[in-house]
Design a binder for this molecule. Structure first.
Ligand SMILES: Nc1ncnc2c1ncn2[C@@H]1O[C@H](COP(=O)(O)OP(=O)(O)OP(=O)(O)O)[C@@H](O)[C@H]1O
Length: 342
């Protein structure tokens, strides 16, 4: 299997000191995963579970107080090994956009408010694309048109565009160099459903054309169902289950995944889904054993004391649950009709 990214035992914590008292938030806590060439890997999990923190480490966008305290992250680009957490500024500049690109949450931060969009494209993409003048402009205009954006946006300032247009411009920036590895954090959440569909199919098209890898974060399981080849579920800073999309939806092996897929809204279905009781744990003081045990309907004594390892339970399918053999799809889990969509 052709692996592009290897993450081993990664721990990244927010290390803070207030009035001499240290506090650490264990946002990413012992994550091991690999991303392959030519796949879309979806990361799901509820708010504050550590998805964005993980993505920031992978995208070389980590800032204090977030720090890697253990483990390793390695990209393999064209035979070259790059650690995004220790790479020099020059190395990062060299790989940014052409090899590794990042679509972050919220579009405004990447667009300079006092620069026209064309200047921002020139700053980001001219050098990596190796084009100039009319050839560069033509390439950018073509790319924008695949995102349903008219060439006139290039003359605009960010504040002159709608939120949806700005988000598409951001996606355009991140994909114009056809990068090998695209990291996207909730890229379509702010868009209306029609535009969301177009943008997602555009990301897939680029991914297929280039054979690139996409790591994609969203809390929206229906987007994962339609986009991801594999899904990783994060709970309280840990990867608790990972597997091929179809298996995750139809045969989940972790009670938390079973809950997530059963809460997926379906067209025409107005039944109330049972909410998961309790709150996610405080990552400054997580519970011992399995972090999900206080909310888990299957929890036994062992779950309260022993951390379950992430073990392989089927082809390509890993779970961290002492009771994975007893996990069953919940009421409301996808069946029949939905299977055709996956
Ligand atoms: N700058 C920061 N300083 C301290 N703690 C932080 C900081 N940013 C995030 N955290 C904490 O780290 C944990 C993980 O947050 P993170 O944003 O990675 O979660 P998330 O799964 O991406 O959530 P969301 O879906 O809401 O974006 C949370 O407990 C959060 O409060």
């Amino acid at each position: 299997m052709d692996t592009v990214l290897d993450v081993k035992g990664l721990k990244a914590y927010y290390l803070m000191k207030y009035f001499g008292i240290s506090r650490e938030v264990r946002a990413v806590d012992d994550i091991t995963m690999s991303i392959r060439r030519n796949e879309i890997y979806g990361i799901a999990g509820e708010s504050s579970s550590g998805k964005t923190s993980l993505i920031k480490v992978l995208a070389a966008a980590m800032r204090p107080p977030l720090e890697v305290v253990d483990g390793s992250v390695r990209y393999h680009f064209n035979g070259e090994e790059i650690d995004p957490t220790t790479a020099s500024k020059e190395d990062l500049k060299r790989i940014r956009w052409k090899h590794l690109s990042y679509i972050m949450q919220g579009s405004m931060s990447v667009l300079n408010p006092v620069r026209r969009i064309e200047r921002t494209f020139a700053d980001f993409a001219k050098e990596p694309l190796g084009l100039s003048g009319p050839a560069f402009r033509e390439r950018v205009e073509q790319h924008l048109s695949s995102l349903k954006l008219p060439p006139s946006v290039l003359r605009s300032y960010p504040h002159e565009l709608s939120g949806g247009m700005r988000q598409r411009v951001t996606i355009g920036l991140a994909t114009v160099c056809h990068p090998e590895f695209i990291i996207a954090d909730e890229p379509t959440t702010a868009l209306d459903v029609v535009v969301q569909k177009e943008v997602l199919s555009m990301i897939r098209e680029i991914q297929q054309k280039m054979g690139s890898s996409v790591v994609f974060v969203t809390h929206d399981m229906s987007v994962h169902a339609n986009m991801a080849d594999r899904i990783g579920i994060i709970y309280a800073g840990r990867l608790v289950e990972e597997g091929p999309t179809r298996q995750m939806f139809f045969a989940p092996k972790h009670p938390y995944t079973a809950h997530l897929v059963a809460s997926l809204p379906r067209i025409g279905d107005t039944t109330q889904r049972p909410a998961l009781e309790g709150k996610p744990p405080n990552l400054a003081d997580p519970p011992p054993g399995c972090r999900f045990h206080p909310r888990c309907p299957l929890a036994i004594d062992k779950c309260r004391t022993d951390v379950p390892p992430l073990e392989t339970v089927d082809t390509d399918h890993r779970t961290a649950c002492w009771r994975w053999q007893d996990v069953r799809p919940l009421d409301g889990a996808p069946t029949g009709k939905m299977e055709a969509q996956l």
